[in-house]
Design a protein around this ligand. Structure first.
Ligand code: HEC
Ligand code: HEC
Ligand code: HEC
Ligand code: HEC
Length: 431
């Protein structure tokens, strides 16, 4: 029974194209609700656990707090004048929603670097003034471009009805009312749901659901590809429950990191070597988690019974999640791959001299042979992206100087850039 009179008045973020999404975000007030006292205590608890682990984290790059913050900057800094996002926007530069921007933050920075000369030409031609960016702003824009793949296209309710029956959900969940054993009917499910809702259900309702499945001799149903999106579309057509905005807003990766610690995930899943060994190191699997919300939620759902069984044996037992906590957690898992492996400054020093940077910026306390422009202020740079922003801001002068001195514009791939930046930000007396 698919009701199509149930179009939501407010478009959900999940259903919008990236560009509409961008405009929608611009309309929305960015002011976040101040944290309630209970959220604060929870955060504090998480923070204390985290501090325990954080000591040995060497990564200087920071996780974003709001992945959509960069949408505003993409417009206000004029990127949108030349770049479209999936069809809409400027046409001078490539459509950044359609091309593969690589993966991590420094992948993107490397691409940006490589295109500085042609972008400068484009800007002169279009008579736009190159906007200056701080490292923080550049991180926000990168995070937004990285985030574009997060929400999937909406599913198909007709296929979803098939999935609902084929997976056996219909054996226990009626369309309305209660099931034979009192299972909730779909009309009691909340409205405006996304895969976050199903992930939350694993932890909050999984144990009961699994035991009723065992009674029926049923195997745990698993999801592949976009099946989950189709199923959700069918469920949505039948729900009447309360609305929950956390299901359709992008989570907060930074807070998600605290949730990952406070809910005990880190006791079994290390992130790049830091944490327990009971499950896989999710830092090493980060690339496979950088797919989409649906893919992450499907893999968590599919492994649900194994994880719950293991967690039930731990002292803290199986944690419960609020929608916001789950949204933040998934956002964190998605953003794991955004943060690069730390660079190697020794390697970076070699690159610095091979590419001729040392000719104009000096090396080992010796001035450059062509120019002598001091970069020591970056030895205090908290974030390697600050240096990329510096290169962007001075792009015109650097390019002019290189042309005059007959030095070709160096091209980068991610690894090399990470090493180079690490060299620049390492206090030189240490090397
Ligand atoms: C005046 C037009 C213009 C503006 C404004 C502009 N760009 Fe570009 N951008 C270009 C052009 C043209 C290219 C393609 C250069 C090439 O192919 O070598 C490009 C390339 C890029 C690329 C590399 C894409 C690839 O194929 O690897 C990225 C990333 C990028 N721009 C990001 C940005 C961001 C972020 C902003 C805003 C801070 C911005 N651009 C502002 C014109 C512009
Ligand atoms: C064998 C019976 C059974 C099957 C099959 C089953 N469920 Fe459930 N489900 C339950 C029970 C029982 C609960 C309530 C658990 C509780 O109260 O904690 C539940 C709860 C839920 C909830 C939480 C609802 C809420 O309001 O938060 C969701 C979501 C859910 N099921 C989805 C599904 C989906 C999707 C499928 C098919 C892939 C499915 N269930 C198959 C028995 C089942
Ligand atoms: C008691 C140990 C334990 C805890 C605690 C734990 N997990 Fe796991 N997790 C596992 C194991 C073991 C697997 C592998 C299951 C398998 O391969 O069948 C797994 C698998 C996963 C996967 C799937 C990885 C893949 O291969 O795609 C994800 C995602 C995941 N866990 C997330 C979490 C999150 C989020 C938490 C915290 C809420 C958590 N886990 C807590 C043991 C644990
Ligand atoms: C031909 C000379 C030349 C070469 C080679 C060169 N630069 Fe520069 N660099 C400059 C000039 C000129 C400036 C702009 C100084 C200004 O505007 O104050 C600059 C500025 C910078 C800045 C910003 C400094 C600031 O004050 O914010 C960074 C970072 C930088 N260069 C890094 C590099 C790196 C990394 C390389 C090697 C890949 C490199 N440069 C190669 C001439 C050069």
């Amino acid at each position: 029974m698919v009701r199509d009179d149930k179009k939501q008045n407010q478009p959900s973020l999940v259903m919008l194209s990236s560009f509409q999404h961008l405009l929608h975000i611009l309309e929305m007030e960015s002011a976040m609700n101040p944290a309630t006292p209970s959220q604060k205590t929870l955060l504090l608890g998480g923070m204390i656990i985290l501090l325990f682990f954080v000591g040995s984290f060497a990564f200087a790059q920071v996780l974003p707090e709001d992945p959509t913050k960069g949408a505003r900057l993409f417009v206000s800094k004029g990127c949108v004048k030349c770049h479209g996002l999936k069809g809409e926007g400027g046409k001078t530069g490539p459509d950044l929603g359609k091309i593969d921007l690589g993966d991590t933050q420094l992948d993107l920075a490397a691409k940006l670097w490589n295109h500085i000369p042609s972008m400068i030409v484009g800007m002169e031609r279009a008579r736009v003034i190159k906007p200056n960016l701080t490292g923080e702003e550049l991180t926000a824009i990168s995070a937004y471009l990285y985030f574009l793949k997060f929400f999937d296209e909406p599913g198909n309710p007709t296929r979803g009805k098939y999935v609902f029956n084929e997976k056996g959900c219909n054996l226990c969940h009626p369309l309305s009312g209660k099931g034979k054993e009192g299972e909730p009917g779909l009309d009691q499910f909340p409205q405006n749901i996304s895969p976050i809702f199903l992930s939350q259900a694993i932890w909050n309702h999984g144990p009961v659901m699994i035991s009723s499945m065992v009674k029926l001799g049923m195997k745990w149903p698993v999801f592949e590809g976009m099946e989950m999106m189709d199923l959700l579309e069918f469920i949505k057509a039948n729900t009447k429950g309360p609305k929950e905005t956390a299901f359709i807003t992008p989570g907060n990766p930074k807070e998600g990191k605290l949730i990952f610690a406070s809910k005990g995930c880190i006791k079994c899943h290390a992130i790049r070597g830091e944490g327990g060994k009971g499950g896989e190191d999710l830092g090493k699997k980060a690339k496979t988690l950088y797919k989409s919300l649906t893919q992450i939620a499907s893999s968590m759902w599919n492994k649900g019974p194994t994880v719950l069984a293991k967690m039930a044996q731990t002292q803290s037992g199986i944690p419960k999640f609020s929608p916001k906590e789950m949204a933040d957690l998934i956002s964190y898992l998605y953003f794991l791959h955004f943060i690069d492996e730390p660079g190697n400054p020794i390697n970076g020093k070699r690159i610095f001299s091979e590419l001729g940077c040392s000719k104009c910026h000096g090396l080992d306390k010796k001035p450059g042979v062509l120019m002598n422009i001091d970069l020591s202020k970056y030895e205090k740079a908290a974030n390697p992206v600050d240096i990329v922003a510096g290169i962007w801001n001075h792009g015109g002068e650097i390019e002019k100087a290189m042309k005059e001195k007959g030095i070709p514009w160096p091209r980068f791939r991610k690894g090399g850039l990470a090493d180079l930046l690490e060299f620049i930000r390492t206090p030189k007396k240490k090397l």
